[in-house]
Design a protein around this ligand. Sequence first.
Ligand code: SF4
Ligand code: SF4
Length: 181
Amino acid sequence: MKGEIVKKKVKTIKVNLDKCNGCRACEMACSAFHAEPKYSSINPARSRIRVVSDPLNDEYVPIRATDYTKAGCDGRRVYTINGKEYSECSFCGTICPTRNLFKDPDSGLPLKCDLCNNDPPLDEPMCVQVCSLDALTYEETEEEEIEELKLDDMEIGLKSLIDKYGLQKLADSFNRISQKG
Ligand code: SF4
Ligand code: SF4
């Protein structure tokens, strides 16, 4: 069914690499918030955000875990930053079978960033709250989305008749009925 493009306001985490100093407070806060019970332990290996670090070049890149995929990509591209080479996988947030990143160290289950889903909702996700340098900020952006058209009861009935008999046959029937008055 066709839909229409609508603009929606969504909040997302923005990353400013110029401000990150690699303190890894975000990793600790994330793992503590998702511990069972909450805040009972800190273990960056269980964090849904990891900071790729190159202290010699003062380069730090926080990466958040995105979706789980059953198959890895070819990951053949190489990025050079300040003379240091990084594989494509270094900055990828996908939870994939080719590496252990963003997987629970005990169960192997994927650890996807859920934006600190909580009841009641947090004002800001934990990693943003603890990032004292504002390398992570929680901001509203506008995104385009395809919204499916919602049909009322009569339209649903008509659609099922069109699916069954075809539009032309239905139009002919309407014509005949209207001529009979
Ligand atoms: S808390 Fe902020 S500054 Fe520290 S590593 Fe994370 S993103 Fe970088
Ligand atoms: S938003 Fe929450 S779940 Fe996602 S990386 Fe930050 S602290 Fe972890």
